[in-house]
Design a protein around this ligand. Structure first.
Ligand SMILES: NC(=O)c1ccc[n+]([C@@H]2O[C@H](COP(=O)([O-])OP(=O)(O)OC[C@H]3O[C@@H](n4cnc5c(N)ncnc54)[C@H](OP(=O)(O)O)[C@@H]3O)[C@@H](O)[C@H]2O)c1
Length: 292
């Protein structure tokens, strides 16, 4: 049996669907039912239920976007930096291996030669550089809190998307924003992310940090071209003339745009679809929301 923290959230619901589909028994913990931010309560539950593995999909993302984290700093710090440390203490005390959903948003740009950041590169969009959003800073702190912990996977998710039209889906966001920021990113097909991370545990790959993004990188212009080609949301897509203009008009805090290298995961035998093919597939199977 698996314990799932934050299973009611956007990422957590994708884990619930995967576990249900695979027939793997799990318990979705909600803070309202069992306050897993209290280590004593979490340890007692782990010792009573003895799950084989725990997935931490809990955290504070800010709604409708990371700008909200600038206003709710206490909750953001608690969810992204303090909570991972408390879960680590509980899992160590109860001898339960676990996986933590982190984020690639602790990086900006690419390596000097244009290649993606590897798990060996130090994050460069953090409070240490003082160039980041509060959200990214807390996610990087969360990884620092977990550094060196045994029996732990740290999985970096980036800009999730799939074929389901919802305000949390990157493709839906691009379709609905009045104007777009041109950028280059590595991104994660959400269901492939969940399947790949679960496979880390199922296949006994070595514990540690993994970039879990679809191989390659894609520009906003390329995603828009694929949306236009698919015909799922016809409109005239407009772009900000520059990032400075985007910051002036549409954002309160800098965004992470970055290229990640996911070859460590591939070398462990876990492969995701190439990024352009994954976006095309999501658009081919697009499930339009009745609300849109
Ligand atoms: N969505 C993205 O774009 C994205 C990208 C990269 C990484 N991530 C990471 O993926 C994880 C899940 O994100 P998500 O998009 O699924 O978020 P979400 O939809 O907001 O769900 C997160 C869940 O975390 C739980 N939680 C525990 N402590 C919290 C706190 N202090 N504040 C708010 N929620 C708290 C809540 O569950 P209960 O109250 O029911 O327990 C909530 O439902 C986070 O760690 C996030 O940083 C997300």
């Amino acid at each position: 049996m698996i314990y799932l923290l934050g299973g009611s959230g956007y990422v957590g619901q994708a884990y619930q669907a995967l576990l249900a589909r695979k027939g793997i028994p799990f318990r979705n913990l909600r803070r309202a039912d069992l306050d897993y931010t209290n280590p004593a309560l979490l340890i007692a539950a782990l010792r009573a239920d003895r799950p084989e593995f725990l997935i931490n999909a809990a955290g504070y993302t800010g709604k409708p976007n990371v700008d909200a984290c600038e206003l709710h700093k206490g909750e953001c710090l608690m969810g992204n930096a303090v909570l991972p440390g408390l879960v680590a203490e509980a899992c160590t005390a109860a001898s339960v291996p676990w996986g933590h959903v982190s984020s690639g948003c602790i990086f900006t740009g690419a390596r000097p030669d244009g290649s993606g950041f590897t798990e060996g590169d130090a994050p460069n969009f953090t409070f240490r550089q003082d160039n980041c959003s509060f959200y990214s800073g807390t996610k990087a702190l969360g990884e620092e809190v977990l550094a060196g912990r045994p029996n732990l996977f740290v999985w970096r998710l980036r800009i999730p998307f799939n074929e389901v039209d919802t305000p949390r889906n990157y493709l839906t966001k691009l379709m609905r924003y009045p104007r777009l920021l041109a950028a280059t990113n590595s991104i994660s097909q959400l269901d492939e992310f969940c399947a790949a991370t679960l496979a880390c545990w199922e296949k006994h790959v070595p514990f540690g940090t993994y970039n879990v993004t679809n191989p390659g990188a894609i520009t906003t212009h390329e995603v828009v071209a694929l949306i236009e080609k698919s015909g799922v949301h016809p409109k005239k897509y407009e772009f900000f003339p520059s990032e400075a203009d985007f910051m002036k008009v549409a954002a309160k805090t800098p965004r992470s745009n970055c290229v990640m290298d996911s070859s460590k995961l591939a070398s462990a035998g876990i492969r995701l679809t190439e990024v352009h093919a994954a976006v095309e597939s999501a658009l081919r199977n697009w499930k339009k929301s009745p609300a849109s």
